[in-house]
Design a protein. Structure first.
Length: 129
């Protein structure tokens, strides 16, 4: 992992890891590989771009490039959340599949601000796509 930048506020491995916990909780009992999680993260954050609910984050120019830059941070976030029992990894003939850990439901149920409620709704919406 790269050294932490204290001026970095958004899209940190911690923030992305929390979003992955929400996504994986919505996908339960299934899971997803890293590539699918990268795509779903974009979908839940910029849902308005694909005809869904209003985007969670303010649409910024050139946001499509975020798909390429987030992969490493999402992977770091998944690792961080796995060290806390929030994400589990299943290794099989298909490769690595990330699933919601046993502690994920406690976390998802305990964060109640508007942002986290809307994130949970976007994750459920993305699940049915």
């Amino acid at each position: 992992m790269k050294p932490r930048n204290d001026t970095e506020l958004f899209n940190t491995p911690f923030e992305l890891g929390l979003r992955m916990v929400y996504l994986l909780s919505a996908l339960r009992p299934g899971g997803a590989d890293l590539q699918k999680l990268v795509l779903l993260d974009y979908v839940i954050v910029y849902s308005g771009d694909i005809g869904g609910p209003e985007s969670l984050h303010t649409p910024v120019p050139f946001r499509n490039a975020e798909l390429f830059s987030r992969r490493e941070r999402i992977e770091q976030g998944l690792y961080l959340m796995s060290t806390r029992g929030l994400v589990d990894v299943v290794l099989d003939e298909r490769g690595m599949t990330y699933i919601a850990g046993d502690s994920s439901f406690t976390l998802v149920g305990s964060l109640t601000s508007k942002y986290w409620r809307e994130l949970a709704a976007r994750c459920r919406w993305a699940y049915i796509l």
